[in-house]
Design a protein around this ligand. Structure first.
Ligand SMILES: Nc1nc2c(ncn2[C@@H]2O[C@H](COP(=O)(O)OP(=O)(O)OP(=O)(O)O)[C@@H](O)[C@H]2O)c(=O)[nH]1
Length: 471
């Protein structure tokens, strides 16, 4: 053989060798070989930059405005919103109410009938309303006589015996266990699927199904799966820990951690902040209003409650009891009084007394969308004769999944929701509804209810939520 022939053979052999090596490397990259993850280092930062279990964050509101995030496409177009329906727990179903909890004997000054309620039995037109809204059919605001001496909430200053409130810092951390118990099955099955080695189309379909079953909705599911596929292909994801980190990253992104989740409860220079709590009855509205009052009181705020759910006397009693437990007064009307009138009174009284926050619990037992629109719209319009509404919190029951989403759509059409409170997350594996609600309403979930206890309300933190989901 000639020297050229030897050189050619050597070159061919070298090329073959290089091709083999490159092929092997590419093959290894595509494969997710699971190696037991190293024992997690104790100081591993799992927060992704978000402080898990931090405190509640409050801000000063302007007007409760339209969604600050583009509203995602609807993932479900069947069915009509069942506004007239109660949520999973019918309002009249036997339940352990806050009223059944024995209160400590109040140490109340005889001269201070804290719970004496203003009775809005007055016909006088509202004198403080200078400029009636031009476009709005004039609501009949029977302005009740603003409560004078007896209703002055001495309780705000000289508190009677009131509850100890659990620290507001680190709530989600403390309550996280409740979440993981019901949610982590989803996380485990996702990790199992993604970490199972070569992912073929069937495996990706299973991932999709798992996300759909967890109530993420089809739009969010598609986004999550697309992001996972892309990033798994481009990154060298090989270990169980890497799969988990990627899944965590993608799920947190899908929860839009950049949204402002502060509660607009800081007072303005000349008037309190005004928060409306809306939602279908049975979702936990009154309970949430009470829990939020506790958080605000613990934060040093002077709170006044407005019981504008006048459909049922017990609802006002329930709210008043919540208030008494933390030294906050409640403005209430007669049963079946005009909710707008009660809300107006509450705001007027709040301004008069110089409280920091007025929290108004509204009724949700409305049988038609028009009825809801009329009532909630009127409540908001009438309040805004005195002060702008800073925050409209929509309370949704997580256990009812898609049905809650339908309710959310109706409320969002009726009134500009600025935040969502997702209750009963302690009792459902359907936590994925969080993703869907945010995606469709373009409004952040700000608070989560994690139990029936008075302090089982926590700020919603995407990273902590995803950590709980992944177990
Ligand atoms: N497990 C659990 N139960 C909750 C939570 N929030 C509220 N509840 C319960 O849900 C039930 C309904 O709560 P309410 O506050 O009365 O609901 P509502 O929307 O005001 O409805 P009405 O009282 O009928 O006007 C009560 O038994 C609450 O204790 C939560 O986060 N977790």
């Amino acid at each position: 053989m000639t020297a050229e022939a030897w050189i050619l053979i050597a070159a061919a052999a070298a090329i073959l060798l290089i091709a083999l090596v490159v092929g092997f490397v590419l093959y290894r990259r595509r494969q997710i070989s699971l190696t037991a993850s190293k024992a997690p280092t104790a100081v591993e930062d799992r927060s992704g930059g978000y402080k898990a279990g931090g405190g509640f964050s409050f801000s000063q509101g302007g007007t409760a405005t339209a969604p600050r995030q583009p509203v995602g496409e609807r993932t479900d177009v069947d069915g009509q919103p069942a506004v007239g329906d109660d949520a999973a727990v019918p309002r009249d179903a036997p339940k352990r109410g806050i009223t059944e909890i024995r209160l400590p004997d109040p140490v109340v000054d005889e001269a201070t009938p804290v719970a004496e309620q203003p009775t809005p039995a007055v016909e006088k037109p509202a004198p403080a309303v200078e400029k009636p809204a031009p476009v709005v059919a004039e609501p009949v605001v029977e302005e009740p006589e603003l409560p004078t001496a007896p209703a002055t909430p001495q309780s705000l200053d000289t508190a009677p015996t009131i509850d100890e409130i659990a620290p507001t810092e680190g709530r989600l951390d403390r309550l996280r266990g409740r979440l993981s118990r019901s949610q982590s099955a989803v996380g485990k099955s996702l990790l199992g699927l993604l970490g199972g080695g070569d992912l073929d189309e069937d495996s990706w379909e299973e991932v999709e199904d798992t996300l759909l079953i967890a109530d993420l909705g089809s739009a969010v599911t598609t986004n999550v799966v697309t992001a996972l596929r892309e990033r798994m292909a481009t990154r060298n994801v090989r270990t169980e820990a890497e799969v988990r980190a990627l899944l965590r990253e993608v799920l947190i992104e899908a929860l839009h951690p950049e949204l402002d989740r502060s509660i607009r409860a800081l007072p303005h220079d000349d008037h309190p902040s005004i928060l409306l709590v809306v939602g279908v009855n049975g979702t936990g509205k009154t309970t949430t209003t009470g829990k939020l009052a506790r958080v605000l009181v613990a934060d040093g705020r002077r709170v006044l409650l407005g019981a504008a759910d006048t459909f049922r006397a017990a609802a006002a009693d329930q709210l008043q009891t919540w208030g008494e437990r933390v030294g906050a007064d409640t403005v209430r009307g007669k049963e079946h009084a005009d909710p707008a009138s009660v809300a107006f009174d509450a705001v007027s009284k709040g301004i008069e007394l110089g409280v920091d926050v007025v929290l108004i619990d509204t009724a949700g037992r409305l049988h038609t969308k028009t009825g809801l629109m009329d009532e909630l719209g009127k409540v908001k319009r009438v309040i805004e004769k005195r002060a702008t509404v800073d925050e409209v919190l929509l309370v949704l029951d997580a256990t009812i999944g898609q049905n809650g989403l339908m309710q959310a759509r109706v409320f969002a059409d009726v009134v500009a929701i600025s935040g969502v409170v997702l209750t009963k997350l302690d009792g459902t594996a359907k936590g994925g509804i969080v993703f869907q609600v945010q995606h469709e309403l373009g409004v952040p979930v700000k608070l989560v209810g994690l139990g029936e206890g008075a302090d089982d309300l926590a700020p919603f933190e995407p990273a902590a939520f995803v950590d709980a989901l992944l177990g």
